[in-house]
Design a protein around this ligand. Structure first.
Ligand code: ADP
Ligand code: MG
Length: 358
């Protein structure tokens, strides 16, 4: 295994997505699912990607795996992994990358597991695909080690079983074992806990922590659960209607969101101490991709919206370090790729604290 990536100075981003536009062709119309979104992930860091369902989180991440297929199409933008342009890569190279240096964990492990192959054979195949010359016996031994590592008891016996003989939680573990088999540099976890009950959710989050520790992998953690982000992520990207509306370090975003959408998400989050408090869900629902009007896509639901928001689409702007302070109390350290907001009136949010966290 490679040494875990250091958190300190980073030479360059491991993953860079810039100005990504992805469309899906339908019978009637072409739908723009991602409309100029982008983010960067540094080696070893965990980036949380949040936003309501349909905001383009999965499609953006899938572009980093070269997994956008017809009727989907990457129309424009840059997707660069460790210096290589993924959009220019041959399918063979992409296949080598997936399950090798880039691993995936999905919400539903059944999509990642082959129902007619034993768990041992699948993990073994994942290993042998990326390590030529690894013997079957060696792959099997390593598969047992990996299953044990992710907390599947009786790994030797379990290797012979098929996915349907595993419970939901155990299948999730098997998928994670497969994901970390090749010591990835980047792990993409798309709603890894959404379908699970609370106890298993906690176990899976522990496993993601374990995975990071074992592999030092950078992680893109897609979730609509801000609580998960607070626990695991270093930085957050907030997506709405196919765009990034805010990004920044977790502490900065949670203390002092600079986009009304982020604030809305935080106010609809139960306090982390378990008290429900005054939960205020964001009224309305996100626009369907075809229905985004002029101006800011969030304006129809935004308590701060005014005329300008309905005609002029706000660009994502970098916020200066000075704007991070709260009247001099505890200035925030701006980290990584800094902090940005796509709200015309982000400065009005500076200095306000969210009720949800008070
Ligand atoms: P999220 O992961 O944030 O819930 P997605 O990235 O999955 O959202 O999808 C964003 C939008 O892209 C969807 O609302 C849908 O309109 C469109 N989309 C995604 N996948 C497909 C697909 N396979 N075919 C057609 N449209 C799709
Ligand atoms: Mg999704």
């Amino acid at each position: 295994m490679t040494a875990p990536a250091k958190r300190e100075p980073v030479t360059g981003p491991l993953l860079e997505i810039e100005d990504l536009v992805v469309e899906f062709a339908g019978d009637e119309e072409t739908v723009r699912a991602v409309d100029g979104a982008g983010y960067t992930v540094a080696p070893g860091e965990t980036l949380g990607v949040v936003g309501e369902s349909g905001s383009g989180k999965s499609v953006t991440a899938m572009s980093a795996l070269g997994l956008i297929r017809p009727p989907g199409r990457v129309v424009s933008g840059r997707v660069v992994f460790d210096g290589s342009d993924l959009r220019a890569m041959a399918p063979r190279e992409l296949r080598r990358l997936r399950g090798g240096r880039i691993a995936m964990i999905f919400q539903d492990p059944t999509t990642a597991l082959n129902p007619v192959m034993s768990i041992g054979a699948q993990i073994g195949e994942a290993l042998r695909l990326h390590r030529r010359g690894m013997s079957r016996a060696k792959a099997r031994a390593r598969a047992a080690e990996l299953l044990t590592l992710v907390g599947v008891p009786g790994a030797e016996r379990r290797l012979k079983q098929y996915p349907h003989e595993f419970s939901g939680g155990m299948r999730q573990r098997a998928m994670i074992a497969m994901a970390i088999a090749n010591d990835p540099d980047l792990l993409i976890a798309d709603e890894p806990t959404t379908a699970l009950d609370v106890t298993v959710q906690a176990q899976v989050l522990d496993l993601i922590r374990l995975t990071r520790r074992e592999t030092g992998a950078a992680t893109v953690l897609i979730t609509h659960d801000l609580g998960v982000v607070a626990e695991l992520a270093d930085r957050v990207v907030v997506m709405y209607a196919g765009r990034v509306v805010e990004h920044g370090a977790v502490a900065a975003i949670f203390d002092s969101p600079r986009h009304p959408y982020t604030r809305g998400l935080l106010e609809s989050l139960p306090a982390l101490d378990g008290e429900a408090g005054d939960l205020t869900p964001i009224p309305g629902s996100p626009p369907a991709p075809g229905e985004i009007a002029e101006g800011c896509a969030f304006a129809p639901r935004c308590p701060m919206a005014r005329d300008r928001c309905r005609v002029e689409r706000p660009e994502l702007v970098q916020l200066g370090a000075v704007a991070g302070g709260r009247g001099g109390s505890s200035p925030h350290l701006e980290t990584g790729a800094g902090r940005g907001s796509a709200c015309h009136f982000h400065h009005e949010l500076a200095g306000e604290e969210t009720d949800a966290r008070a």
